[in-house]
Design a protein around this ligand. Sequence first.
Ligand code: SAH
Ligand code: CA
Length: 239
Amino acid sequence: MAGPVDFSTVQKNILQSDALHQYILETTVYPREHELLKGLREKTNKEHQLALMGVPPEEGQLLSIILKLINAKKTIEVGVFTGYSLLATALALPKDGKITAIDIDRSAYEIGLPFIKEAGVEHKIDFIESPALPILDKLIEEIKEDQLFDFAFVDADKPNYAEYHERLLKLVRVGGMIAYDNTLWLGTVAVPEDPSLHPILKEGRAPLVKLNKFLAADPRIDSSLVSIGDGLTICRRRY
Ligand code: SAH
Ligand code: CA
């Protein structure tokens, strides 16, 4: 018979191996992934060099369950790409749900759009092709207290996350959620800066290190950095 487990040696970190990640995908993610989300994901992998940028399916599933738990009706997304997180959101919202989706470049969105249409959720989406900051500023000027967003998902240019945070705290209702994607930045946030780091990774690392520190101490929110995908920081507006 096996002896007792020595809990002092058990690793508390969830993902110990690629096999474990694969296990999660195969047992609980892929069987429940909407066929059009799967279609959009596969088309992105085939047609876009930067397919890696799309939110992975286990994270889409987490966002979807949270949206349903908080009864989100009105959401905003910054950084759409081909629309995996957008379609996951649109499928999770009720029929009269509304999403303001902002991306500086519409071309990748065109790849995902046929799947969004086929899923019958295009009517929930207001896509705006623009840099996000001026749109957020305009929304702040126009929005009324009873029109605030229930949920925001930020997955765009990392150096601007701190700017988005200040604006989204004015646009998301008290008790609502703001989620920041890629806050672990391929693990680079936890190690000293490596001079040979690819310039694209380098550009995101310092702002994310700073943001993670800032969010952890920001009294206006509750927050949790979830080690799913490339790191997802979930915030709840307190006041
Ligand atoms: N959430 C997406 C992935 C987004 S990738 C998915 O699940 O597939 C990041 C996106 O941010 C890119 O499409 C890029 O065009 C967009 N982006 C970069 N800078 C931006 C800015 N200043 N304003 C709005 N969008 C921006
Ligand atoms: Ca991302």
